[in-house]
Design a protein around this ligand. Structure first.
Ligand SMILES: [Zn+2]
Length: 275
């Protein structure tokens, strides 16, 4: 390619600028370059759009990271984006490409009317700028955990593993042989416990004790394997709390026909969000 492209001045320009909900925290060095508070976002190119519609790439999360890197040049490594920023970036790209309005269809459970509701994606973005990630988990008087959000890559890994387990659980439930069935279900629950442990270990950056902070993963793993179930429950609840508060808030809507109130879940499933 030549050094100077006479078409360069006609290249796409940033459509909007956003502040990253993570405030630039939790990126590994080099994964984000530029001011986190003023991130330029471009509209998708034709190639991005094709990528977004490729089912295989969607499933692995590959197309999402590629499209984010393409539309947000400040993001150098899409796989390393903290989960906190993923939804906001996807919404921003949607706004930059197709505008602020998103139409969501919903069938009223009361009267079966098919409603269409228009949402403002800009106001969803607002929501993300107003929440914070709780990064400490007090366990008891002596122990406090420091946690971090998952990266996009880790998030994709865990949801894929969960998906696989749910599929095998479903298959096991249909087995006729009771012994085989029980054997398989036991194995699945063991896997589930392993994944849970992996998720904890990935999320925990440090265990603070009155004596010293502990960062070594193997040391933390040994502690997790030798601790009461209550501790597990506390960690699990805190991780879920963060996950919930970082989800997209449900939208209150009214049926156009019977006036029934509904609370609508808006999903950012890329396959329909970008369709
Ligand atoms: Zn209705």
């Amino acid at each position: 390619m030549s050094q100077f492209n006479p078409l360069q001045k006609y290249f796409r320009q940033p459509k909007i600028f956003i502040g990253l909900p993570s405030k630039g925290l939790y990126y590994e060095p080099g994964a984000l370059q530029g001011d986190y508070n003023n991130v330029p976002v471009f509209a998708m190119t034709g190639m991005d759009e094709i990528l977004m519609k490729t089912p295989d790439a969607l499933f692995s999360g590959e197309s999402v990271t590629k499209v984010i890197e393409s539309c947000c040049p400040y993001i150098k490594k899409g796989t390393k984006i903290p989960s906190l920023d993923v939804d906001a970036l996807i919404i921003a790209i949607r706004i930059a490409t197709y505008g602020d309005k998103l139409t969501v269809g919903h069938t009223c459970e009361e009267c079966n009317t098919e409603n269409e509701f228009e949402m403002s994606l800009g106001s969803l973005l607002e929501h993300f700028s107003n929440i914070s990630f709780v990064n400490t988990v007090p366990i008891n008087e002596s122990l406090t955990l420091k946690i971090r959000p998952l990266s996009y890559e880790e998030m994709t890994y865990f949801s894929l593993e969960n998906f696989k387990l749910q599929k095998t659980l479903y298959q096991a439930a249909n087995l006729e042989d009771e012994n085989k069935k029980q054997e398989q279900i036991d194995a699945i629950y063991n896997n589930l416990a392993d994944i849970q442990l992996q998720l904890f270990l990935t999320s925990i950056e440090e265990v603070q004790t009155p004596d010293q902070p502990v960062k070594d993963k193997a040391t933390i793993e040994e502690w997790l394997r030798n601790t009461d179930r209550d501790v597990y429950a506390i960690i699990k609840a805190k991780l879920e709390e963060n996950k919930d508060s970082w989800g997209i808030p449900k939208q209150a809507v009214k049926c156009s026909n019977c006036g029934a109130d509904h609370s609508l879940t808006v999903t950012l499933d890329q396959s329909n969000f970008f369709a």
